[in-house]
Every structure is written in structure tokens, then in C-alpha cells.
Write a protein that binds this ligand. Structure first.
Ligand code: NAP
Length: 267
């Protein structure tokens, strides 16, 4: 079975429109440095969805050296309710610098230590968009996480680490793997759900998998003129349920950012 993200995204967007009725004005500022073409494409697609839903969305293309100054300016601008910063960051700017510069009350991608800390404590808060999309795509397709053995192949601050918290908060048993993990085949065999965010096309092929599995494919890879994930159903296995790329986690992520833009102002 293909686990569809578009239905999940549509439902989140419908909820957003409903919540926005009579609510305060939401204004998101997205910052991308001019050379970061991927973030600009990504933010433009979020902007289209935001505007359809009635959320203000201002895409600011800046010189990389101006990033922190721009974040400080937007932190102080009372008309801006949410801020998101494109990545990778400009040369010389690290994840830590950006995370510490952002006002947590406007941090709609949940990158600040404050918001990630709330998630760690399982205190009701927002969550980073991609990990949250990974959870929602499963739960809203009727796949419960309680008691499941889940293998996450990624330990990045943006995907794997917050995902572990979201999974533990739902009573899953979690294993986290990365490039130095040994015996990956056995780990894949031992887990019910495999979450892939490796960034390598064809990293996991259905022909190499033993038994029934659920695969959530977070990977995005450009191969020629196509976008593909990390999973390839080369053996046309029908006993493997998986999220497609495109049309899977990525299609839910932008809706989650907009949902966070409402949640952060308690709308
Ligand atoms: P990242 O920081 O490069 O993380 C990649 C992870 O994969 C790391 O933990 C790395 O291990 C691990 N890895 C690399 N090669 C491996 C191997 N051969 N075996 C096992 N693990 C391996 O990238 P990221 O920002 O987290 O993004 C990961 C993927 O998700 C990318 O394809 C990205 O485009 C995609 N993504 C998708 C969305 C979406 O909305 N769908 C959003 C964000 C990212 P080490 O830690 O040991 O290096």
C-alpha cells in the first residue's frame, strides 16, 4: 500500500482555514540567502499554500552576511508572528548561531533550544515540521505507533533527534541509526517501521527486505530530472507499505510549518 501524504496535508490545511476564521492575523517571514535556490523554491511553495489559507507570508531573499541582523529585526517586528530560516545556512553561519538568535516565540520550525527542550520534556509545544509530518502521515493513515519497534536512520538535529522524542511520546520503542551503525540489515529485519532520512537514492530496496514492513521515506534526492526518496520498491512488493516521494512526507511538511504558525500564537 502507498501511504499517501497529500490527503494528510489537505486535512491539515482545512483545519488551518477553520481555525483562522475570526482569529488574529498571522504573518510569517521566511528568510533565504540569495544563493540558496532550493530554500527559495521550497518557501515559494509554502507561500502559495499560506496565501490560499489566508496566512500572510513574506519571503525575504537576503545577502548571506545579513542573516543574523535580519533575524534580530524580525524578532523585534510586532507585525511578524512567525519566522523560518532556509538551510543550509550561508558560509560561516552555523545551526547553533541561528537557533540561538531566533526568538522562540516566533520559531515556527522548532529549531531553538527552548522549543526543542519543551519537546524533550514532552510538554505540549510545537515540533519541527519534518518529524511531525512523519508522525502525522502514519497516524492519519491509521498506523498506531504504540508498542511498535521503530528504526530511524538519521541522527540530525532537524530530523532524527526530534523524531525520537515524538516517537517515544507515543510509546514506540525506538532505535536510532547512522552512517557508523553496524549490522543495519539485522536492525531493519528486527523493526516494524523503518524511517529513512539518509539522502541517498536507492539506499533501501524492497528486494533486500525480509518480511512485512512499513517504510516512511523522508529522503529527497534529485536524480536527473526526477525527485526520488531513499527507498525503491524494485521488487514491487505488496507486503511493504511505504510513503512515496514525491507525494509523501514532503507534501505534509509545508502544511506542518503553517500549522506551527498558528500553534505558536495559541490560535
Ligand atoms: P543529514 O544531516 O545529512 O543527515 C543524514 C543522516 O543519514 C545522518 O545521520 C547520516 O549519518 C545518515 N547516513 C548517511 N549515510 C548513511 C549510510 N550509508 N547508512 C546509514 N546512515 C547514513 O541530512 P538531513 O538534513 O537530516 O536530511 C536527510 C534527508 O531528508 C535528505 O535527503 C533531505 O533532503 C531529507 N529531508 C526531507 C524533508 C522533507 O520534508 N521530506 C525535510 C528535511 C530533510 P551520520 O550522522 O553518521 O553522518
Amino acid at each position: 500500500m502507498i501511504i499517501d501524504g497529500k490527503i494528510v496535508s489537505k486535512k491539515i490545511m482545512e483545519d488551518i482555514k477553520e481555525r483562522l476564521k475570526n482569529g488574529p492575523k498571522i504573518m510569517v517571514a521566511a528568510i533565504a540567502y540569495k544563493e540558496d535556490k532550493e530554500s527559495i523554491v521550497y518557501f515559494n511553495s509554502i507561500k502559495r499554500n499560506a496565501e490560499k489559507a489566508g496566512i500572510g507570508f513574506n519571503l525575504l531573499e537576503i545577502e548571506g552576511k545579513d542573516l543574523i541582523e535580519k533575524i534580530n529585526e524580525l524578532n523585534d517586528d510586532s507585525s511578524v508572528t512567525g519566522i523560518i530560516v532556509g538551510r543550509p545556512f550561508p558560509p560561516g553561519i552555523t545551526n547553533e548561531i541561528v537557533s540561538l538568535a531566533l526568538n522562540p516565540d516566533k520559531d515556527i520550525d522548532c529549531v531553538t533550544p527552548h522549543n526543542l527542550g519543551l519537546l524533550n520534556f514532552n510538554i505540549n509545544s510545537i515540533a519541527p515540521a519534518t518529524p511531525k509530518a512523519t508522525i502525522d502521515i502514519l497516524e492519519q493513515n491509521g498506523i498506531s505507533l504504540k508498542g511498535k519497534n521503530v528504526l530511524v536512520i538519521n541522527r540530525s538535529v532537524t530530523v532524527g533527534r526530534p523524531l525520537v522524542n515524538l516517537l517515544l511520546n507515543r510509546d514506540a520503542t525506538v532505535t536510532i541509526a547512522h552512517s557508523k551503525t553496524s549490522n543495519m540489515e539485522k536492525m531493519i529485519e528486527d523493526n516494524d517501521i523503518i524511517i529513512l532520512a539518509v539522502g541517498k537514492a536507492g539506499y533501501l530496496k524492497s528486494s533486500s527486505i525480509k518480511g512485512k514492513k512499513i517504510i516512511v521515506d523522508v529522503g529527497i534526492n534529485v536524480v536527473g530530472d526526477r525527485i526520488v526518496g531513499d527507498f525503491e520498491n524494485d521488487a514491487q512488493r505488496e507486503d511493504i507499505d511505504y510513503t512515496p516521494v514525491p507525494g509523501g512526507v514532503g507534501s505534509v511538511t509545508s502544511a506542518e510549518i503553517l500549522k506551527n504558525a498558528l500553534d505558536i500564537v495559541n490560535l
